[in-house]
Design a protein around this ligand. Structure first.
Ligand SMILES: Nc1ncnc2c1ncn2[C@@H]1O[C@H](COP(=O)(O)OP(=O)(O)OP(=O)(O)O)[C@@H](O)[C@H]1O
Length: 127
């Protein structure tokens, strides 16, 4: 809170710049971005309810946020310690683990939302 609207707008510009940089340089971020768009398209297709949208939005946002934080940690470590080091490995592995956890729980949330839709509309799910 600084009461200076100009500074807030520039802050958003920095954040947007970070997103563009991540999308340009990180394949994993592009993959998760594409997955989020696919999930939104699937939600539109099935005309899911407001509460289901909330779950999908939270899950997708969680994965993208985890991926961005992982990227920031990777870039920090590459800048501070570019050579191979066991501690860098541990730090990067833990950061990657955060993305994995976010992705697993987001996939589970997606299944809870879309499996009943598939079953109800298409009879695709065999249970
Ligand atoms: N300097 C280093 N020292 C030791 N191990 C490293 C180092 N840099 C990377 N690694 C190992 O390689 C893995 C991948 O790190 P990298 O920085 O290449 O990320 P990446 O290719 O973007 O992969 P991801 O985003 O999927 O974690 C790390 O999790 C770690 O196990």
């Amino acid at each position: 809170m600084n009461g200076n609207p100009k500074k807030s707008v520039f802050g958003f510009a920095h954040a947007w710049n970070g997103l563009k940089e991540a999308a340009r340089t990180e394949r994993n971020f592009r993959f998760h971005l594409a997955a989020a768009f696919l999930v939104v398209a699937t939600g539109v297709f099935f005309r899911i309810e407001t509460s289901q949208w909330a779950i999908i939005m939270l899950a997708s946002g969680m994965v993208l946020t985890a991926e961005l934080i992982n990227t920031a940690i990777e870039k920090t470590m590459d800048y501070l310690k570019p050579d191979i080091h066991p501690r860098v490995k541990i730090i990067k592995d833990i950061a990657a683990g955060a993305v994995l956890i976010a992705a697993i729980f987001a996939a589970a949330a997606g299944l809870f939302v879309f499996l009943p839709e598939l079953y109800a509309i298409k009879g695709v799910v065999p249970f």
